[in-house]
Design a protein around this ligand. Structure first.
Ligand code: HEM
Length: 415
């Protein structure tokens, strides 16, 4: 039990920890805890985090969109982990992400890449996405079994983001083999010294790799985002080398860590709800609505970080300027105030599904359309080509030990 997270609630005198996000029970199924939070402490003060946890949909939507909440990364990290945290290379680099910036830096950095993610540019990628999915299935179909995570869900977003970033095919094997440990950095629970050292070392490796890629794209420009950003850096004043490296690493990570979990969590949810699986198989035109429901039902991103830019009151609780405000997206997506019809049930025909899984406001996910398209092609093709697929153990799958990024370690299946 992490005592720091037991925090006093602002609204109840309960001594029970309402939020213990890395406990195995919570990782397995956080939704019962979210119900309690929404009911008993919708704005939960966690003194140890200098922060507040916001779990109702209306409050979360407000925090995401209201200018009184921003990112103010330096304040957030300093108050959370102490000023020395900013000396760690990995935390310093995260502070250059567009995701952790406020305007005008945020506007400048996002503006440099936003065109690559428009609905039309994304739709143009459909044939390539289809070819990658078909190839993943061709590789395993004769074996009668696969791991739906490593053999299927993971390959697609990694190959797509490598293509977008101009990462040569010969370099990609390292990304398939790499241990995916970076997710811990996004959790609100402090990392041990050993974990920080490991994260710094992994970051140094990525940085060294991407500096080599920048050299390559300076010599051999391509039709890719790395070339585009390298040229912006050379033009001066548009972005620094630190910003270039940090944001390419952000795009690389954000481009796959989340989408693999959207596909994996959706497959688990469908197989736990055989009636919904059969309904979808028999009517694949339900897929776009089903994807919104998968995003809502078990979001691959559970929480976003913000800072009160001024004193502000939310849900009757006064939050002082500079304190952390965390939006529990997974909880907001199950709020009966917005989803009155059994929010904990998977219903692929649910009307008006508007999950907060991609965030909101100026930081609304840049890759939302891409993630939706990847999931649509992956799930449609799998249901068509292997209709008799069965997951080995739907009751006790192995979850990754992270909270903010919610997803499965593996999901063995056969047919
Ligand atoms: C931002 C979720 C896929 C790139 C965000 C945010 C969320 C999110 C919640 C806002 C975070 C905040 O405000 O703190 C997801 C989910 C995905 C997904 C659930 C898949 C299911 C992708 C993909 C890409 C991507 C495929 C890129 C190829 C980004 C970037 C930002 C972002 C660059 C920062 C935008 C900004 O700060 O303006 N995403 N994402 N995401 N996402 Fe995604």
């Amino acid at each position: 039990m992490n005592e720091q997270l037991q925090g006093a609630t602002t609204q109840t005198a309960s001594a029970q920890p309402l939020f213990n996000p890395l406990s195995p029970d919570f990782i397995r199924d956080p939704y019962p805890s979210y119900d309690k939070l929404r009911t008993h402490a919708p704005v939960l003060h966690l003194p140890a985090l200098n922060g507040y946890l916001v779990s109702r949909n209306a409050d979360a939507a407000l925090v995401l969109r209201d200018k009184r909440f921003g990112k103010d990364y330096v304040t957030r990290i300093t108050r959370r982990f102490g000023p020395e945290a900013l000396n760690e290379p990995v935390y310093r680099a995260m502070g250059r992400w567009m995701l952790t910036q406020d305007p005008p830096d945020h506007t400048r950095l996002r503006g440099l890449v936003v065109k690559a993610f428009t609905a039309r540019r994304v739709e143009d990628m459909r044939p390539k996405i289809q070819a990658i999915v078909d190839d993943s299935i061709d590789r395993v179909i004769g074996q009668g079994r696969m791991d739906l995570i490593s053999d299927f869900a993971f390959r697609l977003p990694v190959i797509v983001i490598c293509d977008m970033l101009g990462i040569p095919e010969t370099d990609r094997e390292i990304f398939f083999k790499r241990e995916r440990t970076g997710g811990r950095l996004l959790d609100p629970v402090p990392l041990s010294r050993a974990e920080i050292d490991e994260a710094n070392a992994a970051h140094a490796n990525s940085e060294a790799y991407f500096q080599r890629l920048f050299d390559l794209r300076r010599r051999e420009p391509g039709d890719d985002l790395t070339t585009q950003l390298v040229q912006a850096e050379e033009a001066g004043s548009k972005l620094s080398n630190e910003e270039l490296t940090a944001n390419i690493i952000l795009l690389f990570g954000a481009g796959h860590e989340t989408t693999v979990n959207l596909i994996g969590n959706a497959l688990l949810a469908l197989h736990r709800n055989p009636d919904q699986l059969e309904l979808l198989k028999s009517n694949l035109s339900l897929m776009p609505n089903a994807i919104e429901e998968f995003l809502r039902y078990d979001s691959s991103v559970q929480l976003t970080y913000h800072v009160a830019m001024e004193d502000v009151e939310i849900g009757g609780v006064k939050i002082p300027q500079g304190d952390n405000v965390m939006c529990l997206l997974g909880s907001a997506n199950h709020d009966p105030a917005v989803y009155p019809d059994h929010p904990d049930r998977l219903d692929i025909t649910r009307p008006n599904v508007r999950p907060l899984s991609f965030g909101g406001g100026i930081h609304f996910c840049l890759g939302a359309q891409l993630a939706r398209l990847e999931a649509e092609v992956a799930l449609t093709t799998l249901l068509r080509r292997i209709p008799n697929l069965r997951i080995d153990d739907v009751e006790n799958p192995k979850w990754r030990p992270t909270f903010v990024l919610r997803g499965l370690k593996e999901l063995p299946a056969s047919w």
